[in-house]
Design a protein around this ligand. Structure first.
Ligand SMILES: [Zn+2]
Length: 291
């Protein structure tokens, strides 16, 4: 863990870099598929400001890269050949480091849902989010997205944020730069063709970041998003355990990791039904990057 002095100096650096809203932690979070408890290395964010959502944090550069689809170019599978190539904006140095938590002084939570889409669970998750008026971030796997394009469009149409979780969910640390680029670029291209939007956030499988994957994601204009609350729902410990872990670990600014793909996620879905209303009743609001 960082000392108070280190945290203070890092905060000053963040403020100097214009990162007024997001907390950037330099160390790895727990592994998505077998790591320890949640929130290791999580760090409180800098001073609060309006609209604490990832992607709108840096006041200097444009919050979202172009291109956005023109009104006449509604995304559809048949539109693929005419979609212009993605244009990545240059990230600041601070933006190339994983974000573990949001502004800790606001009672907001970012719900992130990984490894889908999956027709067994994603529609139920979408219905729940709609019921509670929650916008979430879906980190989609390209292999699943290409199998279920209708679900990808539905997630986007319901206003959720769609982000890049690689094409085949490999351990990126073991891949060459060209292979990492292929994993990320292929997924971004597909999601762009499906939704008309270029992904601006990326998550490494397992939270296993590497200098190569961070470089490639920056080249593609994507910021890395980690998490601070991991209920290890992928291991199916039981709905009650998932719920308890989340409610115990959530605090203002938390980024919560859940899964709607990669296996039987019925426990996760049941836990969402339980803990979402509890968090709402506790005064939490949910946030996601724009788009
Ligand atoms: Zn994953």
């Amino acid at each position: 863990m960082l000392s108070d002095r280190q945290i203070t100096s890092r905060r000053l650096l963040l403020v100097a870099a214009g990162m007024s809203l997001l907390g950037i932690a330099g160390c790895r979070g727990p592994a998505e598929g077998g790591g320890g408890g949640a929130a290791e290395g999580a760090e409180a964010a800098g001073p609060p400001g309006p609209g604490a959502v990832p992607g709108s944090a840096d006041p200097s550069p444009p919050a979202e890269p172009s291109p956005s689809p023109s009104p006449s170019a509604a995304p559809s599978p048949t539109a693929a050949p005419s979609v212009p190539p993605p244009v990545a904006r240059a990230l600041t140095a601070a933006e190339t480091r994983p974000v573990y938590e949001l502004d800790a002084e606001r009672r907001v939570v970012a719900l992130t849902i990984d490894d889908g889409p999956d027709p067994r669970h994603t529609p139920t998750v979408l219905a729940l989010l709609e019921q509670y008026g929650i916008r979430a971030t879906f980190f989609l796997i390209g292999e699943n997205a290409v199998e279920h394009p209708g679900l990808v469009r539905e997630i986007a149409a319901r206003g959720h944020h769609i982000a890049n979780h690689t094409w085949s969910h490999p351990d990126l640390r073991s891949l060459s730069e060209s292979k990492v680029r292929e994993e990320l670029e292929r997924t971004s291209d597909l999601l762009h063709r499906s939704t008309g939007k270029v992904p601006t956030w990326f998550r490494a499988p397992g939270g296993d970041w590497s200098s190569t994957s961070l470089k490639v994601s920056a080249d593609l204009g994507m910021r890395p998003m980690a998490w601070s609350v991991d209920p290890r729902d992928w291991a199916r410990p039981g709905t009650g355990v998932i719920t308890d872990r989340i409610l115990k670990d959530v605090r203002p600014g938390a980024i919560v990791l859940n899964h709607d793909g990669g296996g039987d996620r019925s426990q996760t879905v049941a836990a969402l039904k339980t803990y979402l209303p509890v968090l709402i009743d506790s005064g939490y609001r949910f946030t996601a990057p724009p788009g």
